[in-house]
Design a protein around this ligand. Structure first.
Ligand code: GLN
Length: 485
């Protein structure tokens, strides 16, 4: 077993007992990156020198005995989370050379915890997409099948974990961008409750939906990473002032008495039969372990995709107005007046999908259309949320597929945005309602592609997600498989 194959928890035990140093662990991960990165392309920017410096610092802390669970652990960070002195591109030409002058709150917290940054992970431009093909820097490939997409938009963060090019990573989830790539790459991903994790220093896509969360090789590591990044923050007015429990206490391998809600709307046409049978099998496993199941209904979830594609582009069109060639990154050269300069900068600066979203959003917000589109969408969003409120009176968590299909082929959906949007049909309702959600491996199809089980809970009930996920994981082996790279 190589060091890069281990989990953060396993490595922490070894570091603590002084069986290895963080420099050795980090060296092992950097070696792995050198071996496979030209095939996977999980990173936009690699930071080997910084990583070795941070590893040396971590080793000093470990020597002194004041180390935490992430001290000395090599991590990858999605490239829309600001890192001071390390460029943060958002997968976009327009921010190709943007070097933040400050750290996001989550980065400050990880630095305080002594974690090691090995690189900035690839992503769909401004987190818009489900395949990482919208990256200005070229796509990431799925470690399980290099002809397939890793999911998106946090495809680099998911693929880096699956390919052992980092021990764990951070991504962001606006409509499924942590859970869907976790499912496609056979790793664990958590989208925390809206407000659980500070968004300060997260480049905004759709501010009422965005949330940062962890990717990891197992549920325990996801809990450790979530613990490290969560909490109130004065610099983000939406970061909720609620206490963060000790998430590892939820890892008890006992699901007896928990009530699992199964939304009947999820098992319909469009769901891949092998995904359906893997999900049903996972439900049976949990029933055998002592959980009860009830059928529930989320009648308004059929409108969630339409609602999302009004609200998210509307917020994006406003958030992305700041990239005008003046304040950040790329600016077209030439003798232009102001309007021309904006146009000449923004036209080549953004890719096709980002421009599509800006246009959709600007249209939805324009005078005369606002009531018909944006306001209507906001009203239906409330109905989606109320459906969840009702179901959580009947059950502790909801179980459903993360994605309707396993990873699809590169290029398969690039010319069909609607098909691409449908990849998130099961993940989007959770964001509209602000709920926490988790995806973990629950099987493989005949071609050897991973399948993800999605678990949702009520606001700030991440412990329930973790308890159900951990109980399942302790009684399955899918998370232990590795792609043959
Ligand atoms: N795939 C969805 C989109 O394109 C969700 C993206 C995300 O969660 N960032 O908007």
């Amino acid at each position: 077993m190589e060091l890069y194959q281990l989990t953060a928890y396993q490595l922490h035990e070894m570091l603590r007992r002084k069986e290895v140093t963080s420099r050795e662990v980090t060296g092992s991960v950097l070696k792995r990156i050198a071996q496979v990165e030209d095939r996977v392309h999980a990173y936009i920017t690699r930071t080997p020198d910084l990583a070795m410096e941070q590893a040396a610092l971590a080793d000093r802390r470990l020597q002194k005995g004041n180390a935490g669970p992430l001290t000395g652990i090599p991590l990858a960070i999605k490239d829309l989370i600001c890192t001071r002195g390390v460029r943060t591109t958002c997968g976009s030409h327009i921010l190709e050379n943007f070097i933040p002058t400050y750290d996001a709150t989550v980065i400050e917290k990880l630095k305080d915890a002594g974690a090691v940054l090995v690189g900035k992970a690839n992503m769909d431009e401004f987190a818009m997409g489900s395949s990482t093909e919208n990256s200005f820097f070229g796509p990431t490939r799925n470690p399980w099948d290099l002809e397939r997409i890793p999911g998106g938009s946090s495809g680099g963060s998911a693929a880096a974990v699956a390919a052992d090019e980092c021990i764990a990573s951070l991504g962001s989830d606006t409509g499924g961008s942590i859970r869907q790539p976790a499912s496609c790459c056979g790793v664990v991903g958590i989208k925390p409750t809206y407000g659980r994790v500070s968004r300060y220093g997260l480049v905004a896509f759709a501010s009422s939906l965005d949330q940062i969360g962890p990717f990891s090789k197992d549920v325990r590591d996801a809990a450790l990473l979530l613990q490290a990044i969560c909490g109130h923050d004065n610099r983000d007015s939406t970061a909720a002032d609620v206490p963060c429990p000790d998430f590892t206490k939820a890892l008890i391998d006992n699901i007896r008495g928990m009530v699992l809600g199964i939304p009947r709307e999820c098992f319909r046409e469009g769901l891949d039969p092998e995904v359906e049978s893997a999900i049903r099998e996972a439900i049976r496993t949990l029933e055998k372990l002592g959980a009860k199941t009830v059928e529930v209904s989320l009648p308004h979830s059929e409108y969630a995709l339409a609602v999302y594609y009004l609200i998210a582009p509307a917020e994006a069109s406003s958030n992305l107005a700041r990239y005008d060639g003046v304040k950040y990154g790329f600016r077209a050269k030439g003798n232009f007046d102001l309007m021309e300069m904006y146009q000449e900068t923004r036209s080549p600066g953004f890719g096709a999908e980002v421009k599509r979203r800006i246009m959709l959003g600007t249209y939805a917000l324009s005078a005369g259309y606002y009531e018909a589109y944006y306001r209507k969408a906001a009203q239906v969003r409330t109905l989606v949320r109320q459906d969840f409120e009702k179901t959580f009176n009947q059950c502790d968590v909801l179980l459903m597929p993360t994605s309707p299909t396993p990873a699809f082929k590169l290029g398969e959906k690039v010319d069909d945005p609607l098909q691409m949007y449908l990849s998130d049909i099961f993940t989007i309702p959770c964001n509209l309602a602000g709920l926490p959600g988790l995806s973990l491996p629950c099987g493989f199809n005949k071609q050897g592609l991973p399948i993800g089980l999605q678990i949702l809970a009520d606001h700030f009930q991440e412990e329930k997600l973790l308890r159900a996920a951990y109980a399942y994981e302790q009684n399955s082996e899918y998370h232990l498989r590795k792609p043959a790279l």
